[in-house]
Write a protein that binds this ligand. Structure first.
Ligand SMILES: Nc1ncnc2c1ncn2[C@@H]1O[C@H](COP(=O)(O)OP(=O)(O)OP(=O)(O)O)[C@@H](O)[C@H]1O
Ligand SMILES: [Mg+2]
Length: 255
């Protein structure tokens, strides 16, 4: 699937230019990071991808088709995890939450039971079916939101600041779940300025500034420039990008 932003512009009534003729192509398999300073347009852009916001000019095209003409199909192929997982949790228990989508679509349990089992396992929630969703930790809630979108078999999962307020274990579990999904061929787009946790795994780093793409290259190619782009480099030097991952480093450092 190819998602293209063509000349995407969005100006707010107060004159703020949220997106400024943005040109970008996304959707290839792998791990992509979308980064940039606060207010650079990251969240606004991903809301446009799902048709949750309308541009003033330009548009989003999915495999060459204008988003307005394929919106429901696009929403089934692309999943968005909001920054606050609570907004996406609808079921009383973990299992009920993961089953919410297929039940709302009127499917019979035998059509979705195996799918829900798989999704809970992929998100690292196997065996937690009967836990109360409201009583989960922040990291577990985020993984439940992930399980619930996995049931819909998306081709691309977009996560907006998924590591916010997660502790080391929570972030590490979520990252491990995302890496397993990437191995299964699902494209992952992480929107974050917290490069520490995921840069080592990224195939591509896109940096936005003032509603446009400032850089779009491999993390290694952008390593030297990161501070000048307003991004903090992960500790460990460029060798971090070739093998010694944050996950492995974290595991070694853990008590
Ligand atoms: N509804 C709105 N009304 C006015 N301005 C808005 C609105 N939504 C977004 N903006 C502006 O558009 C710009 C881009 O916002 P956006 O939320 O996409 O930034 P971001 O890159 O996600 O930042 P952060 O890293 O802080 O999450 C900002 O200047 C923001 O103030
Ligand atoms: Mg944002």
């Amino acid at each position: 699937m190819i998602i293209e932003a063509r000349g995407l512009s969005r100006v707010f009534p107060d004159g703020t230019r949220g997106l400024d003729r943005l040109e970008l192509s996304l959707g290839e398999p792998g791990f992509t990071l979308l980064s940039g300073r606060n207010g650079s347009g990251k969240s606004l852009f991903i809301r446009h991808i799902l048709g949750l916001e309308r541009p003033d000019e330009g548009g989003i095209y999915i495999d060459g088709v204008a988003l307005e003409r394929c919106l429901s199909l696009a929403r089934s192929r692309i999943a968005l995890l909001f920054q606050e997982p609570e907004h996406q949790i609808l079921g009383i228990t973990v299992r009920e939450d993961a089953e919410f989508g297929p039940r709302a679509a009127g499917l019979k349990p035998k059509a979705y039971t195996a799918l829900v089992d798989d999704a809970l396992r992929s998100a690292g929630l196997a065996g937690m079916d009967n836990r109360l969703s409201s009583a989960l930790s922040g990291g577990e809630k985020r993984r439940l939101a992930l399980a619930s979108v996995l049931v819909g078999k998306p081709e691309l999962i977009i996560l907006d600041e998924p590591f916010n307020d997660l502790d080391w274990q929570g972030a590490s579990d979520l990252l491990a779940a995302l890496l397993r999904l990437r191995k299964d061929g699902i494209a992952i787009l992480i929107v974050t300025h917290d490069l520490e946790k995921c840069l080592a795994h990224a195939d591509r780093l896109i940096v936005m500034e003032q509603g446009r793409v400032l850089r779009d290259a491999s993390p290694a190619a952008l390593w030297d420039e990161l501070p000048a782009l307003g991004l903090r480099r992960p500790r460990g030097g460029p060798s971090l990008l070739s093998g010694m991952t944050w996950l492995k480093a974290g595991q070694q450092a853990a008590p």
